[in-house]
Design a protein around this ligand. Structure first.
Ligand code: ADP
Length: 374
């Protein structure tokens, strides 16, 4: 039995743990809180902060391979473990250019992938937008679910925000008036094979993902361009594991890379129910050295809706979950968090559809949201 250690213990590690059980893999997580979703359903979690390298050493002493649930790791400290022989998959070298949004943009530019125009703003520099307004300001690290991403309407708003944040080094980039947002999950195995999931359309509200439609209704050319981007990126980084790639489709049908998540991703949750192999199983197969096969959808289309916290509460919303489960072909995934907070991801629902019909997908998403947020 292979032992896989995961740095992180939230819902992504939790969903991976369920896949590990049916694959003869023992999964051990490192996470600070015993109530975290993955800590509650796995044996012997290492209860320590994500960036605590001594805890990761303990995890590494027990496991064959260490993988990641999130990118909030202390790479410099982990390098010491790698030098002593810990096997990280993906490797620290393939994560290095991605953890800081400014480094990530520079790296994508260097390897020739299409991205929005950007500038790295140094600490205390004179702030200005070369790109007109609105303009986008982003924290270089530790942003997620839109925290750390700010869309500013004018010069006053830009200056006021930057001063309020105490003028740190940040990324400033052009606002893309996209026709839609897309995302794709792609994995690479130890032998270098790259497999790519169907491209999906994502819908964000206030910079947080609310809905995912799989597959996206985009042209053959756009699909091919996204396949090309995913393959170049994973090959150049020599990735072993799965990555999520978030993209903008411009009104001129140009694909731009917004962000790389070097791990499983919310936009890939539909794969649990709608594909022959989920993103979590794919990550496990990749990091344990199994040959990878191209994933296929089991239905014509699917819609995934996030269940976000809308109040501070300790309810488990059983009644709402039952109503959601009664929607035909619905799969309700509940992360068993002990507390609901506004905006917190508490679960998701995927509904499988017999046809490719965005209007139908929209209607189902609305139904789910009207039950959840009623
Ligand atoms: P996070 O790391 O928090 O997910 P992102 O960089 O992915 O932050 O941004 C979150 C959302 O903000 C995106 O999905 C998109 O809706 C919006 N956004 C980010 N950058 C831009 C941009 N340059 N132009 C237009 N919208 C943007």
């Amino acid at each position: 039995m292979k032992k896989v250690g995961v740095i992180g213990g939230g819902q992504l590690a939790g969903m991976m743990a369920k896949e590990a059980k049916s694959r003869d893999i023992e999964l051990i997580v490192q996470t600070p809180n015993p109530d975290d979703p993955a800590a509650r359903i796995t044996a012997n979690p290492v209860l320590s902060a994500i960036a605590d390298v001594n805890a990761t050493q303990k995890l590494a002493d027990y496991c064959d391979i260490i993988t990641f649930e999130n990118e909030f790791v202390n790479l410099e400290a982990l390098k010491v473990l790698a030098e002593k022989g810990t096997c990280f998959r993906p490797s620290l070298a393939s994560l290095e250019p991605l953890l800081d949004k400014a480094d990530q943009r520079r790296y994508l530019q260097k390897i020739g992938l299409p991205i929005p125009r950007f500038q790295v703003l140094e600490k205390d520099a004179k702030i200005n937008s070369k790109y007109g307004f609105p303009v986008v300001l982003k924290a270089r690290r530790h942003g997620y679910d839109g925290r750390g991403t700010f869309i500013l309407a004018n010069k006053n708003a830009l200056e006021a925000l930057w001063n309020r944040l105490e003028r740190p080094s940040m990324l400033i980039e052009e606002f893309i008036p996209f026709s839609c947002e897309l995302a794709v999950m792609a994995a690479r195995g130890v032998n270098g094979e790259v497999v790519v999931y169907p491209v999906v359309e994502t819908e964000q509200e206030n910079q947080v993902c609310r809905r995912v439609f799989a597959p996206a209704s985009v042209s053959v050319e756009v699909n091919a361009e996204i396949q090309r981007i995913a393959t170049i990126l994973l090959d150049r980084l020599q990735v072993v594991g799965i990555f999520g790639i978030e993209l903008f489709l411009t009104q001129e049908n140009q694909v731009l890379v917004n962000e790389i998540a070097p791990r499983t991703h919310n936009s890939g949750h539909f794969t649990l129910d709608a594909c022959d192999i989920s993103q979590f199983a794919m990550q496990l197969e990749a990091v344990t050295g199994m040959p990878l096969h191209s994933p296929k959808m089991l239905c014509n289309s699917a819609v995934m809706v996030n269940l976000l916290g809308f109040e501070n509460s300790q309810s488990d919303y059983q009644n709402k979950r039952e109503q959601l489960a009664n929607i035909p072909h619905a799969f309700v995934h509940w992360y068993r968090k002990t507390e609901s907070r506004i905006g917190r991801k508490l679960g998701h629902v995927t509904v499988l559809l017999g046809e490719k019909n965005k209007e139908k997908g929209n209607a189902i998403a609305q139904k789910i949201e009207s039950i959840w947020y009623e």
